[in-house]
Design a protein around this ligand. Sequence first.
Ligand code: ADP
Ligand code: MG
Length: 698
Amino acid sequence: MLSEYSLDNLKGIGPKQLEKLHKLGLFVVRDLLFHLPLRYQDKTRKTELETVLVGQEALIEGEVFSQHLTQGRRSSLLVKIQSPSGVFLTLRFFHFHYRQAQQFSRGKTLRVFGEVRTGPNGYEMVHPVYQFIDPSNPPPLDDTLTPTYPTTEGFGQASLLKLMKQALTLLEQYPLPELLPHALVSSENLPDLNQAIKTLHQPQPSDDLRQIKRFEHPAQQRLIIEELISQQVGLQMLRKSEKQRFAPKLPTSQMANELIMSLPFTLTNAQQRVLLEIQADLKQNHPMQRLVQGDVGSGKTVIAAIAAIQAAEAGYQVAIMAPTEILAEQHKNAFLEWLEPLGIETAWLNGKMKAAEKRFMLAQVESGNAKVVIGTHALFQDAVTFNKLGLVIIDEQHRFGVHQRLALHEKGQSFIAEEQDTLEVHPHQLIMTATPIPRTLAMTAYGDLDLSVIDERPPGRQAIDTAVLNNEKRFEVMEHLANKCEQGVQAYWVCPLIEESELLHAQAAEVTAEQFRSHWPNLRTGLIHGRLKGEEKVAIMAAFKAHELDLLVATTVIEVGVNVPNASLMIIENAERLGLAQLHQLRGRVGRGSLKSHCVLLYQAPLSETGKSRLQIMRETDDGFRIAEEDLKIRGPGEILGTRQTGGLQFRIADLRRDAQWIPLAQHWSAKLVENDTQAVKALQDRWIGQNIDYQHA
Ligand code: ADP
Ligand code: MG
């Protein structure tokens, strides 16, 4: 069995190589077969320099025209070749031997392969593969594509190719079993698994090579589908095991209706719909696992409050976790306003509390007197003992990657293990995020959660006007801001992270605040950054909210959730350094009331292409879903779901951008497998996820 056949049985594998293969997650021959090419090099045809495109990987022939070494600390070798009609291509080598440099004498013919870029003097290739050829008798071109594998330092493509050859010979003798349902294989007309693997590693000249290069060959699609299913079944198993646990039934609450009646606004249709979905979940005796997505300002907090009331009225406790102190404080204020009139006791925890106060709060929670408990995630990691926890609400969860989410998820469960009618009861979970995630991505990354979307904003909100300006205009913008504030406008000035240092970060904001104070002494300028104490931050936010400050100079600490409806002007410096999601979050701090709001994005020239397109999108739209789709295109799924925190979302062949069309199919069939064939589920996960199986709580 190739799943047990260790790699050191292959020829040419010593302990050193074995270690490197292990690093790549390859242990047995089957792992090697599923170590699939990232892309293919096409050396089957020549491209003329006249028609080559920048960014293209191309095989090009030309005559050496000149060669020289650049001056500088480390010289590089530049070789210019020329096409018959006189188009030049520069080959750039950073590492070379003196002897190598001498080979490139004028008039010799070269065949080179590499990615074409634009250099200072036209087309350029960095470290191309090259060979000298006799133009009257050129060697034949390849007759098929060459796979390029993901690899690690010191283990070259050539060595991997050799190993693959051995592995494929073994595959002939010991074919792998089909794990996909027969009905899927036949309805989608999927090619045979073993043949598909062979095609991917060793495409034949008779295969459609263009299709293979684009990853659209049926053999590739088969494996993409299988991989997507393997990833999905993990999440769905998690969901299934969760649904088999027990949770307290929380009937629809009278008090919640009282709150709704007393609000100064009516809930939007989208809020009402999502609320119904949540309330239906809470009535079940299995834990709710629901993700609520709603763009910034769509009104998620009040929905959370209503859910909390439903739990409290049924006699259960609610934990509300916010990612920052500022946000926790803001929730505390909102919840006190809404819950106190209903007679629901609220407790809160923050980092800067005096010991006595903290002890009191913890006692309130432990005794069950306090029904609703608000704090940062960090605080809940400490020992908080609940009396009867029925619901956990996690706000602004987009800051966390998949792994952190699963960790929190476990945390949520460890809160309670209470005997109730001899059943172990687990709290319901409500997760809220303001980062709209494109639907396909959400289905994949949050396949263990039910999804609700608040896709409507409260009425009366006006679109935010966004301008993009060169930093040269900085002083004019400051002046404009000061004038506006004199007319009663409240504004934010955001100095984003420039260095990965909280200190420098704070300094940038301090300098800006100082500039405002010295030029416009009448402007009431506040300053907030991550190095202030929790209580200082809270006091400054409160002053801004009460309009005791006109301007708040801030770092990105205000990114998440901050709600000051009267603020209607926002300036973001160095906007080119921020990602789309973050810009959208920041900008969402304005446009929260009925005032027309404006946002100015200042950038430092020169702008990169992605920088330009990002700012352009920000100017065009403030629809979070549209921005998320664009973000996915620019940055890819890993980044969106939390930098490098994608965990189980590392694929061997599937690419969520390229292969999104298969996700619904994969979802459909993985649900069937989870329902009917646990054996196949295990085997699929073992095959595709193998050693990295840290994705589910087993
Ligand atoms: P987010 O979804 O970004 O967390 P919030 O819950 O902070 O948004 O709500 C933003 C603002 O909109 C708050 O001041 C809130 O009271 C208000 N709000 C919420 N729902 C409505 C509604 N249906 N109509 C008008 N205002 C609303
Ligand atoms: Mg919020």
